[in-house]
Ligand binder design. Structure first.
Ligand code: NAP
Ligand code: ZN
Length: 349
């Protein structure tokens, strides 16, 4: 029998989130049933709840940074037992057979991976509902082991903000001594700073908010530059090997390409819905690259969690009750969060 659980949902693009009862499927032999204790609040939750990417099916229950404990396991589950600290990120399933899945990059599943929310569920009819809820049922293949030394509230944001910044740093082989810039000091950005610094890079934060300078340095950056000042772009031309753009709004990509060294890469993880025009000469001169990156596969997510466990890296969080979610969205849009809201799901029980 499916179980009814409490959740918070948006009923339409313009309505605030509010309480809703949802169904979780009857767990099968490969499923883990997880008690969601904390769920991070990602800007993608806002893009989706407000239909800014034009693909939202309502009602939608956002949340893809789920951290909690196993409360039961199916008969064939091997990796987990009751009581284990676990996490679920942005995906809950994929075909497992295509080239990309076989390479451990389920986020690029050629049949389309099943996202934690706003995807079609296993039955092909109902929607997946995310982590703004008390329980979830997930195939063990998409459940992550949380490092025992990391508190679950501060570790929840690793499941999206952590992997989304870790994966491009690894893919583009950022190494000790590299000049790395992170654009936007929000949820993703502050994890990018911590992770790049832990990999030994010399990190610069490029931000619109001077008030974040002290935090940027505390989080591991060596330098802070205000992107509202034109001289930032004049005085730092050709400085960086790698720039990670985490900004949720459109910005002038061409000025950032000017900051790259020869052969440098500007990688987009921020996902505004508007196109961002690029002048070809800004790529041709200096053989520069402009690319994008989407979260990371399950194996790499576990690698990132283990890396964070080893280096004691967590997110700087402000824990809120579920009932404050609409206020939290407004504050995020104003850049008023240090640096990730995390919902304490006890407030929903
Ligand atoms: P967030 O916490 O709201 O942070 C975004 C940061 O961008 C802000 O703190 C601000 O930093 C900067 N910013 C915001 N509006 C700006 C504007 N108009 N102009 C310049 N800078 C601005 O958001 P997040 O949760 O980190 O997510 C960031 C983006 O990444 C979203 O678009 C989200 O959907 C996307 N995302 C992508 C993936 C992926 O797999 N590619 C995964 C997760 C999220 P400063 O104050 O420092 O300027
Ligand atoms: Zn996210």
């Amino acid at each position: 029998m499916p179980t009814t659980v409490k959740a918070f949902a948006a009923a339409a693009a313009t309505s605030p989130l509010g309480p809703m009862d949802i169904q979780r499927r009857d767990p099968g032999p490969h499923d883990v049933v997880m008690d969601i204790l904390y769920c991070g609040v990602c800007h993608s939750d806002i893009h989706t709840a407000r239909n800014e990417w034009h693909g939202t099916t309502y009602p939608v229950v956002p949340g893809h940074e789920l951290a909690g404990k196993v409360i039961s396991v199916g008969a064939s589950v091997k990796k987990f037992k009751v009581g284990d600290p676990v996490g679920v990120g942005c995906m809950v399933d994929s075909c497992g057979e295509c080239e990309n899945c076989k390479d451990g990059e389920e986020q690029f599943c050629m049949k389309g991976c099943r996202f934690t929310y706003n995807s079609l569920d296993q039955d092909g009819k109902s929607q997946t509902y995310g982590g703004y809820s008390t329980k979830v049922v997930v195939d063990e293949k998409f459940v992550l082991k949380m490092p025992a030394n990391l508190p679950l509230d501060k570790a929840a944001p690793l499941l999206c903000a952590g992997i989304t910044t870790y994966s491009p740093l690894r893919h583009w082989k950022v190494k000790a001594g590299d000049q790395v810039a992170v654009v936007g000091l929000g949820g993703l950005g502050h994890m990018g700073v911590k992770l790049a610094a832990a990999m030994g890079a010399e990190v610069t934060v490029l931000s619109t908010s001077d008030s974040k300078k002290d935090d940027a340095l505390r989080l591991g950056a060596k330098h802070f530059l205000n992107t509202k000042k034109p001289e930032t772009f004049q005085q730092n031309m050709g400085k960086f090997n790698f720039i990670l753009n985490t900004v949720s709004a459109p910005l002038d990509v061409n000025s950032y390409l000017g900051l790259l060294k020869r052969n440098g890469s500007l990688v987009q993880v921020g996902a505004p819905s508007e196109p961002l025009p690029v002048a070809t000469f800004n790529l041709i001169f200096g053989r520069k690259s402009y690319s994008g990156s989407l979260i990371g596969g399950v194996k790499e997510t576990q690698e990132m969690l283990d890396f964070c466990g080893k280096h004691n890296i967590t997110s700087d969080v402000e824990v809120i009750p579920m009932q404050k979610i609409n206020e939290a969205y407004e504050r995020m849009i104003k850049g008023d969060v240090k640096y990730r809201f995390v919902i304490d799901m006890a407030s929903l029980k």
